[in-house]
Design a protein around this ligand. Structure first.
Ligand code: 2P0
Length: 398
């Protein structure tokens, strides 16, 4: 617990990872508590490549709660931010009364929150998941809350509850009306499958046309396919996926991942009016993956797409250099553009002529802006604690 006195500002900094679902969450049964219509499962990505860093400060001199996202002040009164702040303060008060009546940080102190991503916010890279996971974790450290935090993060953004843990994480939909059993749980730690690699193929960094929150609302209202998916497909698929992850069965993991992504986008098309997240480049990536796998008569590579056109590729370490070379061949980058592959280094590889022939697609120059090469990782991290003698700390970051 950080200390403060009448002149000081207490600060805490945490970082949180992005997660990419292999069984997708799409649709709520309770909009306010953010309770989903089906369980979901994701892989937590490495924070060296994709992370949110949040600093929260509190002081008796602060007049009101305030928040800055990527250097710009945002409205603190958004209902979801308020839910998280209210819930953490409630848990802190409960704990204080029970165990720690002399804790030094006064709960009436206002907080200033400063959050930055090391990746483009609106690129469809699950920034709200890392953002809310980081916010909730930082606030919990500041106020000394030691509770099931995925419950709180879920009320900021559904997918955020999965970023509270590392490795492979399921969000159990739960049954209770109060949402107390709708929590994230680790299925396997990040050390479980060290050969697993992730490539984010960044197709477009533009803001997505339909946001997830309103998109899934329309899907729940209009798509019978979504109801069928939630009731009759996902329950068994979750079991199969957990088994595949625990058994490190890549072929099964990969096939389930691709089928679930395809079904999620099918429910988007079944939504009325329909929602299109995939574009021509996304579909070319899908074809590339299937033709690559067909050439080897083995499922070596899987794709998944969220609410945007970027592809996230899962594959094993040994297959990364050749597959990246295939992406480079079929989506030639600008010759004078910046580095095409960011993140974990990828060795160069040659592309067998028969493979190029079997794939048989016309190259699409500049179809993919860049690749982020990464792997899976641990949970939210507690970074540092500082007592600062200034209340203008956040201004330096603007
Ligand atoms: C997922 N997505 O499971 C799915 C797949 C997008 C496609 O979770 O309304 O931003 O904040 O709960 O968490 C995006 O939904 O929506 C999402 P809210 P969220 O990752």
């Amino acid at each position: 617990m950080p200390e403060t006195n009448s002149h000081n500002v207490s600060m805490i900094t945490c970082t949180a990872p992005v997660n990419i679902a292999v069984i997708k969450y799409w649709g709520k049964r309770d909009e306010e508590l953010i309770l989903p219509i089906n369980s979901s499962l994701s892989v937590t990505l490495h924070q060296d490549q994709l992370k949110t860093t949040t600093t929260v400060a509190c002081s008796r001199n602060f007049q009101e709660d305030r928040i800055w996202l990527n250097g710009k002040e945002e409205d603190i009164n958004q209902p979801r931010l308020q839910s998280c702040l209210r819930e953490i303060r409630r848990l802190a008060r409960k704990r204080r009364n029970e165990e720690d009546p002399n804790a030094e940080i006064t709960l009436s102190h206002r907080v200033h929150i400063c959050s930055v991503n090391n990746f483009p916010t609106a690129a469809g890279l699950a920034s709200s998941a890392a953002g809310y996971a980081c916010l909730v974790y930082s606030l919990s450290r500041l106020f000394g809350v030691d509770a099931e935090l995925s419950l709180v993060a879920r009320q900021g953004s559904g997918s955020a509850c999965r970023s509270m843990y590392g490795g492979f994480v399921q969000w159990k939909m739960g049954e209770r009306q109060d949402g107390k059993d709708s929590v994230a749980e680790q299925v396997a730690p990040e050390t479980h499958w060290p050969e697993l690699r992730v490539l984010v193929l960044v197709v477009s960094a533009e803001r997505k046309p339909v946001g997830s929150t309103s998109g899934m609302q329309t899907s729940v209202q209009t798509s019978k396919l979504l109801k069928h998916r939630a009731d009759s497909v996902v329950p068994a698929r979750m079991d199969d996926m957990i088994r595949a992850v625990r058994g490190r069965d890549f072929a099964t993991f990969a096939e389930l991942t691709m089928k679930d992504s395809n079904q999620f986008h099918a429910t988007c098309l079944d939504t009325f009016p329909p929602i299109f997240y995939l574009n021509d480049i996304s579909r070319k990536v899908i074809n590339l993956v299937h033709r690559y796998n067909r050439h080897y008569r083995e499922t070596r590579v899987a794709y998944t797409f969220d609410a945007g056109p970027n592809a996230v590729i899962y594959l094993l370490r040994d297959h990364v250099p050749e597959f990246v070379q295939a992406v480079r061949h079929f989506f030639p980058p600008e010759s004078n553009g910046g580095e095409f592959v960011k993140g974990l280094p990828v060795h160069s590889a040659s592309l067998p002529d028969e493979l190029v022939r079997d794939i048989g697609m016309e190259p699409t120059p500049k179809g993919i802006s860049y690749i982020i090469s990464t792997k899976n990782e641990i949970r939210v991290k507690f970074f540092n604690v500082k007592n600062a003698r200034t209340s203008g700390w956040h201004k330096k970051r603007k």
